[in-house]
Design a protein around this ligand. Structure first.
Ligand code: 13P
Length: 390
């Protein structure tokens, strides 16, 4: 009798238990019943299809300007347009690339012949995507930790971007490690919250959110295990909040860092990077997520490919696609080859397609080399603007 009373008080009698469960299931079903849920799942599956990855070309105008200026090209709207046109019209790119992330200016730009970039991409089978965060903001304290801005007005922007042809979005959260006190609990929770709320808003408005918690490669001689520890913690917080915000996991893509040691520690072999990174992913990323699209994050072009190849060798039965969403590792030699010269247009496009092909092969574990851009050093943040994000 006493037990029955306790169960009743705790809401665990047969009848109220099933009512509670119905409420829980109804809530879960509700999130699946978003008018876009089925489309989001199909879009995410398309982008993470076997042998394809994402071209990240969503650098802000300021960051693009720095990169253009590094090869002697002035930062004008026309030059930014020409650079993106070179990328998006590279013949054969669609064999290896399923999505391209764009900056807002680029999403609305037209090629020299007046065709919309979004149409040119779709003609190659490449889905247009849009970076929707508005950059980093320093958090209180003296560690230089950041949060990401851009939730205000996001729903309306998503609607407009979808109308213009975007089918997925990106939001980059940066977690700093390698210094005493980093990452703080504030930074981890704040960034996980931002990613979850962004993902929820995107899904409500018909865009697949790329969830990007970047445990960033920085100075220091911290170990690969330290990166793994914090990466696992960060991803776990992110997925807890995605769950609490009712985000449909089959309709997102994850864009994380690979686990690497700090910049002042010896470079880790692809085998070690793959072992530690796959262990971290298996511990913290639900199999419902269709694709893990790693960022290149400063790795050299060759290192990015070899590490991706090693990841797929280490985990051939991975429940998610282990593939790429590379910016610098696809663009760096392409830009240097072009350097604003019309005569170099085709050669630059060829390099881009070769790099995309190498990474496509690595994403199926079949890259045999030689790499189109062997050697080469790290491609670090010097050509990125501070506060403006990517
Ligand atoms: P990188 O590959 O250059 O790291 O860029 C990917 C990206 O989109 C980071 O936000």
């Amino acid at each position: 009798m006493q037990v029955a009373m306790q169960r009743k008080t705790a809401g665990l009698t047969g009848r109220s238990q099933s009512r509670t469960q119905v409420r829980v299931y109804a809530k879960a079903l509700n999130s699946m019943e978003s008018p876009f849920a089925e489309e989001l799942k199909k879009t995410a599956a398309y982008i993470s299809q076997k042998g394809k990855g994402i071209l990240a070309s969503d650098e802000s105008n300021a960051t693009t300007g720095k990169r253009l200026e590094s090869v002697g090209v002035e930062n004008t709207e026309t030059n930014r347009r020409d650079w993106r046109q070179l990328l998006y019209t590279a013949p054969g790119l669609g064999q290896y690339i399923s999505g391209a992330i764009m900056f807002e200016e680029t999403l609305y730009q037209k090629a020299r012949d007046g065709q919309q970039f979004v149409d040119l991409l779709l003609a190659q089978g490449i889905y247009p995507g849009i970076k929707v965060d508005t950059g980093l903001q320093i958090l209180p304290g003296d560690k230089g930790e950041t949060t990401t801005q851009g939730l205000d007005g996001l729903a309306d922007r998503c609607k407009a971007y979808r109308k213009q042809g975007a089918r997925f979005a990106k939001w980059r959260a940066v977690i700093k490690i390698g210094e005493a006190g980093c990452p703080s609990t504030t930074a981890v929770l704040e960034n996980a919250h931002g990613l979850a709320r962004y993902a929820q808003i995107c899904q409500e408005n018909g865009l697949v959110p790329i969830v990007e918690p970047e445990v960033t490669l920085g100075p220091g001689d911290y170990s690969i295990e330290e990166t793994a520890f914090w990466s696992e913690r960060v991803y776990s917080h992110v997925f807890r909040l995605l769950n609490e915000y009712g985000v449909v996991l089959e309709g997102i893509l994850l864009k994380p860092n690979m686990c690497l040691p700090g910049l002042d520690a010896p470079v880790a072999s692809p085998k070690l990077v793959a072992e530690v990174t796959t262990r971290t992913m298996l511990r913290s990323i639900p199999p419902a997520v269709p694709g893990i699209h790693f960022l290149s994050g400063g790795m050299s072009e060759e290192e990015s490919t070899l590490n991706l190849q090693a990841l797929n060798e280490a985990c051939p039965q991975a429940p998610w696609a282990l593939t790429f969403s590379y910016g610098r590792a696809l663009q760096s030699s392409t830009l240097k080859t072009w350097a604003g010269k019309e005569s170099q247009w085709n050669a630059a496009q060829e390099i881009l397609v070769k790099l995309a092909k190498a990474n496509s092969e690595a994403s199926t574990g079949s890259f045999k080399g030689p790499h189109p851009v062997p050697g080469g050093g790290r491609i670090l943040q010097a050509l990125r603007t501070g506060g403006a994000g990517k």
